[in-house]
Design a protein around this ligand. Structure first.
Ligand code: ZN
Length: 370
């Protein structure tokens, strides 16, 4: 079996598990660093692996546009192309088409969109997106879905969900119809439903009846309140099969992750640790700090004396701040390493506490600093 639950928390829906992909074993809950184009900004794929990340996220939309699947095909897989030793999950591009492309026109069979890079028009069908991800040889492929966006009216949310459900079936058929050469590319479906409780429930319930390897919750953390996000997440997660991995897409802050784990989420990705690092925002055991703050100007201690990352083990906050203020690339690297280490450490603490039965207390006491 590809996914096995190891420990279940008695007081929340949290669980630990093992996910077997064609290229490795992944302990869950897991955080996947975002390497949209096959690179986590400023770091090498080797550094990502050495930091303990056994799976990263890349994006079909971006890789299809640049460098193009014909280039990656020459290497046999995205994994070979990047040199990353872990597993790779590729997002389908649904979210990116609706948030990045110059226009996106939904038709029954797929979506027509204009590249944000060169303005060229492309047409993605659910089948084509599976085919592209098979060419990338992604460990985990995502279905093409429709992201309604914040503020969508009910009628639009309902129509978009019906399209997403239809495309989910087509994606499964496309995967199963492939010759047995690549049977181990897993396929996750993406539950949607915007911010309508019954649509969220409908999406999860219908998709649960489809033969997917796992399920994602999409379309959240796009500007709604935390309460709304957690409510929608709870409905989606609680209506998904117990024995399949559940992935919350693009979320979130450290406390979002703790809350989502308590609702039964196993997998996460988010640009927050890496993007914040490049902007000088650092997660520490004392909360989020800004490296530009003048209090660090002559600070001889590391950014977070409790952190054991490469940055904190070797450099003072004053040095990192100086490099950051001087716009040195090295400072961005150091802060990215630190923030990812912080996220990895959080995940390890979550796993440990689920294992020893202390997750409920841990989650209740978890710092509201984030
Ligand atoms: Zn550190």
């Amino acid at each position: 079996m590809a996914f096995k639950i190891i420990n279940k928390d008695g007081r929340t829906a949290a669980r630990t598990g093992i996910l077997e992909t064609k290229n490795g074993t992944i302990e869950t809950p897991v955080f996947m660093p975002v390497g949209t184009i096959g690179t986590v900004k400023s770091l090498s794929p080797f550094e990502i692996y050495d930091e303990g990340f056994r799976i990263m996220l890349s994006n079909t939309y971006h890789l299809f546009l640049r460098p193009g699947t014909d280039v990656i095909q020459k290497f046999g897989s995205l994994r070979n192309f990047t040199g990353y030793k872990g597993s790779i999950l590729t997002d389908s591009g649904g979210f990116q088409i609706f948030s990045l492309a110059k226009f996106a026109k939904i038709k029954d069979e797929g979506v027509e969109f204009m590249s944000h890079i060169d303005g060229e028009t492309h047409f993605f069908t659910p089948e084509r997106v599976i085919e592209i991800q098979q060419t990338l040889d992604s460990d985990i492929m995502m279905q093409l879905d429709v992201f309604s966006g914040p503020g969508a009216k009910r009628e639009k949310a309902e129509k978009d969900l019906d399209t997403t459900l239809r495309w989910a079936e087509k994606s499964i058929k496309a995967k199963n119809g492939t010759a047995s050469a690549i049977p181990k590319n897993m396929l996750f479906l993406i539950t949607q439903g915007n911010f309508f409780e019954d649509l969220r429930e409908k999406s999860a319930a219908i998709m649960s009846g489809m033969d997917a390897d796992g399920y994602a919750v999409g379309g959240l953390a796009v500007g709604e309140t935390k309460e709304t996000m957690l409510r929608m997440l709870e409905i989606s997660a609680s209506n998904l099969p117990e024995n399949k991995p559940r992935y919350l897409m693009g979320v979130g802050t450290p406390s979002d992750i703790v809350n989502a784990v308590s609702l039964g989420i196993d997998m996460f990705d988010c640009v927050l640790p890496t993007r914040n690092a490049r902007n000088g925002f650092v997660f520490t055991s004392r909360g989020t700090v800004n490296i530009k703050n003048s209090s660090y100007k002559s600070e001889t201690l590391p950014i977070d004396p409790e952190c054991g990352c490469f940055c904190c083990k070797n450099f003072s906050a004053a040095y990192v701040r100086h490099a950051f203020m001087s716009r040195e690339i090295f400072a961005q690297r150091l802060l990215t390493i630190h923030n990812l280490h912080f996220y990895q450490n959080l995940i390890l603490r979550i796993r440990r506490s689920i294992g020893d039965g202390s997750f409920y207390d841990f989650s209740k006491n978890y710092s509201s600093l984030f």
